[in-house]
Design a protein around this ligand. Sequence first.
Ligand code: PEP
Ligand code: MN
Length: 442
Amino acid sequence: MTKISWPDLPAAQQPVWPDAGELKRAQEILASLPPLVFAGECDELKTRLGAASLGNAFVLMGGDCAETFVANTADSIRARLKTVLQMAIVLTYGASTPVVKIGRIAGQYGKPRSSPDETIDGVSLPSYRGDAVNGLDFTLESRTPNPMRLVDTYNASVATLNLVRAFTQGGYADLRQVHSWNQDFVSESAPGIRYEQMAAEIDRALSFMTACGADPEEFKRADFYASHEALLLDYEKPLTRVDSRTGNLYDVSGHFVWVGERTRDIAGAHIDFVSKISNPIGVKIGPKTSANDILELLKKLDPNKVPGRLMFITRMGAKNIREILPSLIAAVQETDHPVLWVCDPMHGNTLEAASGHKTRLLDDVIDEVRGFFEVHKSMGTHPGGIHIELTGDDVTECLGGIGGVSESDLPFRYETACDPRLNRVQSLDLAFQVADMLGQRS
Ligand code: PEP
Ligand code: MN
């Protein structure tokens, strides 16, 4: 295997591993293991993202803020997949637009934190940085970073991706299953009922096509890609390989990786890392981003101006998006870079409830997406997709929605290991609203 050498650059948000020998062993194991994805699949995704950058497709990215090993079960994976498939069909049918489906899944195990330590009752311990690094329990043993967790992350991700591939290629994602994704608690909700009506229309259309003798292969499976934040370079680098066809580097830990708002320093190790891999990549863009930051990122990350290569994931907050986004789009318009703009309406809208729970209002989430569509319409550019933290379960982490979650409900099912996620009903509600925005664009 070719040894890749990386420059020694400052890397923000990296764990302090207590045992360098153990880290080296973990990295050697990772470097010897097979890829999770193929370079050809990454290229195919890049082509689809290129179509989205031109307004000919829409990207739906969704999944946990932080995956955890205990929640990596068949039921949980199926429920998340079902949520994304339901949302995707609402968008596809509602707006007659192809939807590129990407999970925040099979690798989303590392988290940036605002403080390296957490103090409870006078005791300070390292902050939880995701299951790839340490445990959530507030004990010294659990919070001490353990590099063998990187290998556990690989194994958990392999298991997840295997099931995702089986579900999406093996009949579960067949369009004729469109009703079955709507079972359980979601079917009783107002968005679930609206979905059922739409599914009945799709069924009728499919029966008509079958009666005409058409039975397209495309209806039998769904293309579903895996993405995560490329945060832990001790995980990503050993999983980066030279593609034998082209000699290019690919991070084979997922089809798509992004750099977070806190690690996008133009001179730092994360931006250097993604500049060298050939996967399609994203960068999170917060409200403090300047036009100059944008220009530097374009130059460094997409020098060849390849459609679908670079996604800017804006996470401005509902209050800021209409004011800040136009000047950033204008900066791109002065170049001829084919950027794909995707809206993350979650991370700029986090607030603390009176109970102390970190939460988000579905109304703020929807308002940020609406602002994103409005700005793109006024600038003559394409709103290319949404990036959502969601789960398939009936959790009570975000507030609002039709018959939705109120502040007093928050403690009932607050299960996230990090940020609050939309539950399945809220996700479906959002999908119908975005489908309306998408149908009315241009
Ligand atoms: C995230 O996506 O979970 C995250 C930490 O986002 P950001 O980098 O935008 O803060
Ligand atoms: Mn998050």
